[in-house]
Design a protein around this ligand. Structure first.
Ligand code: SAM
Length: 172
């Protein structure tokens, strides 16, 4: 499986703090390696790193990243999630499982250069909904659901349980 990176564009720190945090946490939970955010936001970085420190893995976050430079320099395939794109079921077989993947999600209007640079403009249904939902469904299907319960070797590990909460704490 290639490394999967997320590019979140149009992030407005005050307005989008919860949504962008959830874009990061959902993509981490579903197997992405990290997220690039176009606007600098140190609070967002701290919040995401704090989850990584406790729950494990090596998910990376970088904010204040130039969208244009990243899209130009990225070595791999670029997927842009947009309700105007090609059907997800038709697009999935065309995406390389060898090359790294950069998945772009917007906040507000997405500039035309993203549509042009993307190797695949993909819709997750043809109704407007949410970047969190679109990303989660895409990642789960692209990885065949393999990351839902993968071990992250964290200080805290949640053990699935029919009832109650089971959390194992690693001795540090
Ligand atoms: N109105 C904006 C536009 O025209 O680009 C989109 C706003 S939407 C709340 C934010 C992001 O959610 C989009 O940029 C896209 O990445 C994602 N999104 C929303 N609905 C989607 C869908 N049906 N399929 C794929 N992505 C979707």
């Amino acid at each position: 499986m290639p490394d999967i990176w997320i590019l979140r564009i149009g992030h407005r720190p005050q307005r989008d703090k919860r949504v962008t945090t959830h874009v990061a946490l959902s993509s981490r939970a579903l197997g992405a390696s990290g997220i690039y955010v176009d606007t600098e936001d140190k609070v967002l970085e701290e919040n995401v790193r704090s989850v990584v420190e406790r729950f494990g893995g090596d998910y990376k976050i970088e904010t204040g990243v130039s969208r244009k430079k990243l899209l130009k320099d990225f070595k791999g395939e670029v997927v842009h999630l947009t309700m105007y794109g090609q059907r997800l079921d038709e697009a999935l077989p065309k995406i390389s499982k060898e090359k790294d993947l950069l998945i772009v999600v917007g906040a507000e209007k997405v500039p035309p250069d993203v549509y042009q640079r993307a190797d695949h403009n993909i819709s997750v249904g043809n109704q407007p909904h949410s970047e969190i939902a679109a990303l989660a469904i895409f990642l789960d299907r692209f990885t065949d659901g393999k990351n839902l319960y993968s071990d992250r070797d964290g200080l805290l590990t949640v053990i699935p349980n029919e009832r109650g909460k089971t959390v194992v704490e690693k001795n540090s």
